[in-house]
Design a binder for this molecule. Structure first.
Ligand SMILES: Cc1cc2nc3c(=O)[nH]c(=O)nc-3n(C[C@H](O)[C@H](O)[C@H](O)COP(=O)(O)OP(=O)(O)OC[C@H]3O[C@@H](n4cnc5c(N)ncnc54)[C@H](O)[C@@H]3O)c2cc1C
Length: 374
């Protein structure tokens, strides 16, 4: 990017960014540095670095580092609210309560929701959000045994965080499949996930599902709750944490862009990340239907492509193309260990621990938001 766009083409340009997750803050920051007029909308007042949410669930005082207020970075270009509808004819987004914001270009990055503590999807203030994690730590501390449901990337990280911070607690991880973590990871990396968990003393129940989950209370410590699995095992536990069931947040656009929806609610996009059928609407991050693991890292890459393409289209230049690379994924297995792969190659554990697990890449987002970490 660079050069100068003529004032004639910037006139009337206003980019609306819906969702201030990893994709949204990257897009907004780049629009800001290009001097383009924009509005960033999120239902909360602070960015949630949910990659670090599991550490915030076990380590007191950590949660305040995982929320970054928007207004300090974006000023009046940030609007708090829930987008309920996109009017493509009138080029406006409609917020809960009726407020409308006009756009010339729209970047949709509404991401995914899932269960707490991996995600925090309530409309709460910064203080309440931080306090919710601090309160949850007290539940973890009060439990002698914890059951983590789901052995995808979130579940394995959750189990490792608890066992690392509280080695005396009994931690059981139940997973419906035999292989742990993301299916896109190298088999040797997935095997190493299992080794680390066993080394730490996490007990594994693989190839089994909890059959009475809907009857059980999550995230609250109650001594000796009875849990049964579909393979006939029963166990007792004091605390149950669910790490399954991520779902694309499509409510903002599902009715208006119904013709562009892929299975699961993500938006079909072309190689320029333009939403199917629209040249001025882009989808970025988890809500873009791109065949690759849903990752914060990818959301940032998508945002750069979308903003470049808005800039290029204003300047009459050719559009940039998004290309998926080989999988790079780092799993923090507690603050002292990690497993992962870079560009398709397995990494040594100490490197992942050093590069990812200690700080969970919080510094990157604080730097991107140009604020100082507390
Ligand atoms: C526990 C956990 C650990 C993870 N670890 C990693 C990791 O180590 N590395 C990695 O690359 N990825 C990781 N991921 C995946 C990563 O979190 C997601 O891929 C990433 O958050 C996607 O970014 P996004 O911008 O698309 O959406 P999100 O981060 O989900 O943000 C979406 C935003 O949109 C807002 N929003 C939604 N709907 C509306 C609406 N209607 N109106 C207004 N605002 C709305 C939400 O409030 C939210 O702030 C992890 C995920 C989990 C759950």
């Amino acid at each position: 990017m660079g050069g100068h766009v003529s004032s004639a083409s910037v006139e009337g340009v206003h980019v609306v960014v819906v969702g201030g997750g990893f994709g949204g803050i990257a897009a907004a920051q780049q629009l800001k540095s290009l001097g383009l007029s924009f509005t960033l909308i999120d239902l909360r007042d602070a960015f949630h670095h949910n990659v670090a949410a599991l550490r915030a669930s076990v380590q007191p005082g950590f949660a305040q580092r995982t929320f970054i207020p928007y207004a300090e970075t974006f000023g009046d270009s940030f609007v708090q609210g829930r987008v309920e509808r996109v009017d493509t004819d009138r080029q406006t987004v409609v917020l809960q309560g009726g407020r409308e914001i006009q756009f010339s270009h729209l970047i949709l990055c509404t991401g995914t929701d899932g269960p707490f503590p991996g995600k925090f999807n309530t409309m709460a203030s910064y203080q309440t959000a931080v306090q919710t994690y601090e309160d949850f730590i007290k539940q973890v501390q009060a439990a002698d045994s914890v059951l983590v449901v789901g052995g995808g990337s979130t579940g394995v990280e959750m189990a490792a965080e608890i066992k690392t911070e509280y080695p005396d607690k009994k931690v059981v991880l139940v997973h419906s499949r035999v292989g742990l973590a993301d299916t896109e990871l190298l088999p040797s990396v997935r095997q190493q996930v299992k080794e680390v968990l066993l080394e730490k003393g996490v007990e594994l129940l693989l190839g089994q599902k909890v059959s009475n989950l809907s009857e059980l209370q999550l995230n609250v410590t109650q001594k000796n709750m009875e849990v049964s699995t579909d393979k006939g095992e029963t166990l007792t536990t004091d605390l149950i944490i669910c790490c399954t069931g991520l779902k694309v947040n499509s409510a903002a656009y599902a009715s208006s862009l119904s013709g562009s929806l892929a299975e699961g609610g993500a938006l079909k996009v072309n190689q320029h990340l333009q939403v199917d059928g629209f040249s001025n609407i882009y989808a970025v991050g988890d809500c873009a239907d791109v065949k690759e693991p849903k990752m914060a890292y990818h959301a940032g890459l998508h945002a750069a492509v979308a903003v470049s393409n808005i800039w290029n289209s204003l300047n009459g230049k050719e559009l940039t193309t998004y290309q998926t690379g080989n999988v790079t994924m780092l799993l923090a297995m507690g603050r002292d260990d990690g497993v992962g792969q870079f560009n398709g190659f397995k990494l040594p554990r100490f490197l992942v621990a050093l590069g990812k697990s200690r700080d969970l890449l919080l510094w990157k987002s604080w730097r991107e938001m140009k604020q100082t970490q507390p």
